[in-house]
Design a protein around this ligand. Structure first.
Ligand code: ATP
Ligand code: MG
Ligand code: MG
Length: 379
């Protein structure tokens, strides 16, 4: 039996355990908050410390990119870590990420790195408004971002960032990025095995509410976009000698895709694959890191995922909508926290749109993401 240790004990590790059990894979997780190895599904079950977890594991992987570098080094030393610590670190540092994109000629938003006021002034010179500023390290769910729309606000925006930099660790920095007037946001989740085999899922369309992903929708898109995304995936994953699932977020501008960012792990925009694809992203990640043949990434039927954010219950009527599957993460309720998700499928896009509209009617009454416009857009 293959024993897998996941760095991070959140919902992604939990869904890896759920997907790995039928394959006879034993998935444990290292909880970075308690410094203990636990069962992701039953976090009260404790299996020792990191050293014991590393020694017991056959392979090690990560569910998030902000893992402490000394932990990554220790895992890499064991020869069991997939993907590499380099790939994980790139996902956690927007400067390294931009350098990777440039080295692979992957189109992305024009940008400039900032450490001080001179850099900030230079950014205003080389980019045009509006500009988005992002912390180089530790950003997620739209946290650690500033948006500058008018020159009149430049000084106050800089002051906020200067205060932030002054209180941050030395390695922190800011990436100024041209705001992209995108038509929509898409992402590609794909998987690569040690031998270079690659499989990608259909492009997913993503909608955000207050900076947090709220809805992902997978339905056939045109071949041009799918091929563009697949080419970027191949280039980046080959360059990194990547093993496992890698997600790439894109902005679609006309017929062109610009890379927003990458995530060296299973990804929220791939949760729909649990019901909508032949093999889900969690299983394919485990297959790749255990060096097993990859499963088909074919779309079985149009499927959408709705994140449940900051709520620990949904009305029971949700389950009366056909082809709905609930996924709760067993997490404590907190505003803005991802607590679970709903997957919903249809035989075709029309039927999926109708079901989304039904869900929108049920969920909107309870302060869930506003799906009304979204569902109507697909009818
Ligand atoms: P995630 O939770 O996806 O990791 P994050 O905190 O890393 O989020 P980004 O994905 O970089 O942040 O940005 C969050 C959202 O902000 C994007 O999905 C997009 O809607 C918007 N955004 C980011 N960069 C740009 C840009 N250059 N132009 C326009 N919109 C942008
Ligand atoms: Mg991110
Ligand atoms: Mg993002």
């Amino acid at each position: 039996m293959n024993k897998v240790l996941v760095l991070g004990a959140g919902q992604l590790a939990r869904m890896m355990e759920l997907a790995g059990t039928p394959l006879n894979l034993d998935v444990k997780a290292f909880d970075v908050r308690s410094d203990k190895v636990v069962s992701p599904i039953y976090p009260d079950r404790i299996y020792g410390d990191l050293q014991q977890g590393i020694a017991n594991a056959d392979v090690i992987t990560a569910e998030f990119e902000h893992v402490a570098h000394d932990v990554l080094a220790e895992c890499e030393q064991s020869g069991k870590l997939f993907p590499t610590s380099e790939a994980i670190k790139i996902g956690g540092d927007r400067r390294l990420e931009k350098a990777l994109l440039e080295s692979c000629c992957a189109a992305n938003a024009k940008h400039h790195f900032i450490k001080n006021k001179n850099d900030f002034n230079k950014a205003l010179e080389v980019l045009s408004l509006p500009i988005i500023f992002k912390t180089a390290l530790e950003g997620y769910d739209g946290k650690g971002q500033w948006r500058l729309k008018t020159a009149a606000d430049a000084e106050s925006t800089w002051q906020e960032m200067a205060d932030f930099l002054a209180s941050a660790k030395e390695t922190q920095g800011i990436v100024a990025e041209q705001m992209v007037p995108f038509d929509r946001e898409l992402s590609l989740v794909g998987v690569r095995r040690v031998n270079g085999d690659v499989a990608v899922y259909p492009l997913t369309e993503n909608h955000h509410t207050n900076g947090i992903l709220s809805v992902s929708l997978a339905a056939p898109v045109d071949n041009n976009l799918q091929n563009q995304a697949g080419t970027v995936f191949k280039a980046l994953s080959d360059k990194l000698g990547y093993v496992g699932v890698l997600a790439i977020e894109f902005f679609q501008v006309g017929e062109q895709l610009l890379v927003n960012e990458i995530a060296p792990r299973v990804h929220n925009s791939g949760h729909w694959t649990q019901q909508g694809a032949d093999t889900c992203q969690f299983e394919n990640h485990l297959r790749a890191i255990c060096d097993l043949p990859l499963g088909s990434t074919e779309l079985v039927r149009p499927t959408a995922m709705i994140n449940i954010i900051g709520e620990d219950a949904v009305p029971n009527e949700v389950l009366a909508v056909p082809s709905v599957t609930m996924h709760w993460y067993n997490k404590g309720k907190r505003a803005g926290r991802k607590m679970g998700h709903i997957n919903v499928s249809g035989e075709n896009e029309q039927q999926l749109a109708e079901r989304l509209q039904q869900l929108a009617g049920i969920l909107c009454k309870h302060a869930f993401p506003d799906l009304t416009d979204f569902a109507y857009a697909y009818i």
